[in-house]
Write a protein that binds this ligand. Structure first.
Ligand code: ZN
Length: 352
């Protein structure tokens, strides 16, 4: 053994004696040693509309304070309540500040097995819009768990829902689809899964082993966009394909009646800053700012930092169990793009 190799061996032995090689994953919380610019943005550069949030459990007055501090002009609350409870939510937020809150209604499936359900849903939408709802959200239970009275899984493109989408066009309110989930949720929860810790904390979020694929679900949804060209659709969470922005870009090209929101996808977009920036520049008039996270100053400020600055390798806004072990990069979007994404695109979808 050479003198050099010998000293290297000694060094390795010394280091591994100090370090615990089999450190539990949860205890591995590395701090970045990078020294690069840090731009803390206190307020959005332009008044912003958070088009994807859930405020049912929040106190409107407390939320307003956060909005004022952060420069949030309006939050669109996607209520998860139905029936009279949904109407109560609309009233509660309108009573506090009708010019600061809007409400998207939640599709009510509670009586889906009673005769006349599909035409009743059309009437319901009409009533909800009369009472102030500015859209209707259809969640991922459609296509994955809802079964009709014959016991068949209801498909996203089920023809019986077509009159509902036509009614939305007539009423000039968008239909928001949250169909499927992140790609990783369709893979085993194991050491190769990039969202292992999140799925380990929420195994019920996994679709692995289902009889349907994510591709099938998105195909059904995309067929609805084509079938109702007069209806405006919002495909939530970057059309649930932020892992493959070329797909979303093509989807937006194919369907001029489609918008996407970025709710809960800053992590995905911010880890592919070159591709994401191109995507924003190309589709600036079709992307909606949205967060899908509890309104608090730090959450909003991380979004502003992501959209407005060229900061590198920083924490993404997230729920407690995080989305994956990576950091994000700012997109330094130009002002005209920021204006559209923060506000103007949403204004086009809200009643005047
Ligand atoms: Zn949501």
């Amino acid at each position: 053994m050479s003198k050099h190799a010998e000293s290297q061996d000694k060094f390795i032995a010394m280091v591994s004696a100090k370090a615990e090689v089999n450190l539990p994953l949860g205890e591995f919380q590395p701090r970045s040693m990078l020294v690069t610019p840090v731009n803390e943005i206190q307020q959005a550069k332009f008044p912003a509309i958070d088009y994807h949030n859930h405020l049912d459990a929040q106190d409107p007055a407390a939320v307003l304070k956060v909005m004022d501090v952060c420069g949030i002009e309006r939050i669109v609350n996607i209520t998860m309540k139905v029936g009279s409870e949904a109407v109560a939510v609309i009233k509660r937020f309108n009573a506090e500040a009708p010019d600061r809150f809007s409400t998207i209604a939640w599709m009510d499936w509670t009586d889906m097995h009673a005769p006349g359900f599909f035409s009743r849903s059309v009437d319901r939408l009409e009533k909800l819009v009369e009472q102030g709802a500015c859209g209707l959200k259809i969640w991922k239970d459609l296509g994955t768990s809802l079964r009709d009275s014959a016991g068949e899984m209801l498909q996203v493109d089920d023809e019986r829902l077509a009159p509902l989408f036509e009614k939305a066009a007539e009423l000039k309110v968008p239909i928001m689809f949250h169909t499927a989930d992140p790609d990783a949720f369709f893979f085993p929860i194991d050491g190769e899964n990039e969202r292992y810790e999140e799925l380990a904390a929420h195994p019920e979020w996994s679709f692995h082993g289902s009889h349907f694929s994510k591709e099938q679900l998105l195909r059904q949804r995309d067929k609805v966009f084509a079938r109702h060209p007069r209806t405006t659709f919002v495909a939530a969470h970057v059309a649930e394909r932020s892992e493959k922005l070329s797909y979303v870009s093509e989807l937006l090209n194919q369907h001029p009646n489609l918008y996407v929101d970025i709710g809960a996808r800053a992590a995905e977009l911010g880890r592919q800053p070159y591709t994401a920036r191109d995507f924003f520049l190309k589709h600036a008039d079709r992307i909606l700012f949205g967060t899908d996270l509890v309104p608090e100053p730090n959450m909003y400020r991380l979004h502003f930092r992501f959209l407005e600055t060229a900061d590198e390798y920083f924490e993404y806004p997230s729920h407690a169990s995080r989305q994956g072990r990576w950091q994000i990069y700012g997109l330094f979007l130009p002002d005209d793009v920021l204006r559209l994404v923060y506000r103007e695109n949403a204004l086009r979808l809200l009643p005047q």
